[in-house]
Design a protein around this ligand. Structure first.
Ligand code: DP6
Length: 421
């Protein structure tokens, strides 16, 4: 560990990693500690401009122990999952030399050197939007860069997997598949990219962040209970998912939206069905989620072919994937008709992300929302408008994979103190 500037030096790396939404769900492990799943899963990576984690990592001989700060608060790194990721990364670290700063770290030094990790989500953690996937993927990706780990993204995905299963898919942009693998040690349970974000770039994604007071069952404990008690899960993993994964890969390859939508909706519904088949049953969706499903189902039926796909993870938020900008604008009109903002909320904070969809929908100010007419497929039923059921909407699209941010001003770590800025 030679450093001409004494023991004062600090070396940092900052990276940004996207979150992802599964369209064929991972639910159930065959190995708890290694986080090995009982079926393959497929996801869409969401545009990091709207949903991502930024993580800065630092190493210095002056650090006395590994420390981490998440969204401004120090958190413990003592959990097995963090420890497993850190151990795997340290064992793969290589020599690092920064001539400008006069820093030389040799491979074996990494076992002794301590790390500081500072991480921020650009979306509220409380919204329940798969923050662990982006967070763990970013931790692994940024440390792999700092430690000069010479492995490809799939190999890194197997490390991120040990932090949180769904995190392994966040190492790729566009569309990713987590292959369950067969090996007992998990070496072949990795993510691969099916297609990059440019492959199908007319898709538009609208997320409805649904208001909820309920504390949800964590994915980890929920899926453990499902594995122990649900017979339907065995059927799903053995018979249903293997066929669906093939069909979904084909739908993505051919940009076949009707097949993509049918498969994604069916798989989300079956995931929630296995949750209901768990003892005690797990309810992740609420009345608002059900209203959104019904709105999309009626519209798709009315048009005779799917316009929009819905999918829900372990919570009530809806992720709605529309075929193109035109259907996204029509979807947003429907959503704002059914779920207008509360009187004290302004439109600007009610629809966030890519606001151009709002313009396409012809909605410029609050009075345009008030003036929305019921969509034709709902007209007969005199639909009610449910103010306050949705907290806000995020308009986004499929996005890129992890990137290193070289601009020093983006670092979350003070390069003098090694502490959060
Ligand atoms: C419903 O990856 O959060 O989002 O592996 O225990 O950390 P652990 O669980 P996690 O589970 C995600 C479940 C899901 C479906 C999915 O993302 O495939």
């Amino acid at each position: 560990m030679a450093a001409e500037s004494g023991d004062k030096w600090i070396l940092t790396v900052t990276a940004q990693t996207p979150t992802n939404i599964a369209v064929i769900k991972y639910w159930g492990k065959r190995h708890e500690e290694l986080i090995l799943p009982i079926n393959d899963s497929i996801s869409v990576t969401l545009d990091p401009d709207h949903l991502c984690t930024t993580t800065s990592v630092a190493v210095s001989p002056a650090f006395t122990h590994d420390r981490m700060w998440l969204n401004g608060k120090e958190v413990s790194l003592s959990g097995d999952r963090f420890q497993n990721c850190l151990r795997e990364l340290r064992s793969r670290a290589s020599d690092v030399e920064d001539e400008k700063k006069g820093i030389k770290i040799s491979k074996k030094d990494w076992e002794k050197l301590r790390l500081h990790i500072v991480s921020f989500n650009n979306f509220p953690t409380a919204a329940g939007l798969a923050s662990s996937a982006a967070g763990l993927a970013c931790l692994v990706f940024s440390l792999a860069n700092l430690m000069n780990v010479k492995e490809d993204h799939s190999k890194l995905s197997a490390i991120a997997r040990q932090g949180s299963g769904s995190a392994c898919r966040s190492l790729f942009g566009g569309f990713a598949k987590w292959i369950m693998g067969k090996e007992e040690n998990g070496s072949d349970s990795i993510a691969v990219q099916l297609a990059d974000e440019k492959h199908w770039d007319d898709l538009v994604i609208i997320i409805a962040v649904v208001s909820s007071r309920q504390k949800e069952t964590s994915s980890t404990s929920g899926m453990r209970d499902t594995v122990e008690t649900s017979m339907l899960l065995q059927h799903r993993a053995k018979e249903v998912v293997p066929k669906r994964v093939k069909q979904m890969e084909e739908a993505i390859e051919k940009r076949d939206f009707p097949s993509f939508a049918r498969l994604a909706c069916a798989d989300s519904n079956q995931f929630h069905a296995v949750c209901l088949d768990t003892l005690p049953p797990i309810f992740y969706m609420n009345d608002t989620s059900h209203k959104i499903i019904s709105c999309v189902e009626k519209w798709n039926r009315h048009e005779g072919t799917p316009q929009v796909a819905y999918t829900f993870d372990a919570g009530p938020n809806a992720v709605l994937i529309s075929h193109n900008r035109k259907t996204a604008a029509l979807l947003l009109q429907r959503l704002l008709f059914l779920f207008p903002p509360q009187s004290d909320t302004d439109l600007d904070s009610y629809v966030i992300g890519d606001k151009t969809i709002l313009k396409d929908a012809g909605i410029h100010e609050m009075k345009d929302v008030e003036a929305l007419a019921p969509p034709p497929e709902l007209k007969e039923n005199a639909p009610t408008r449910n103010k306050g059921d949705v907290s806000y909407f995020i308009c986004t699209r499929p996005g890129r994979g992890p990137v290193v941010l070289n601009d020093e001003s983006r670092s979350l770590i003070n390069s003098e103190t090694g502490l959060p800025k």
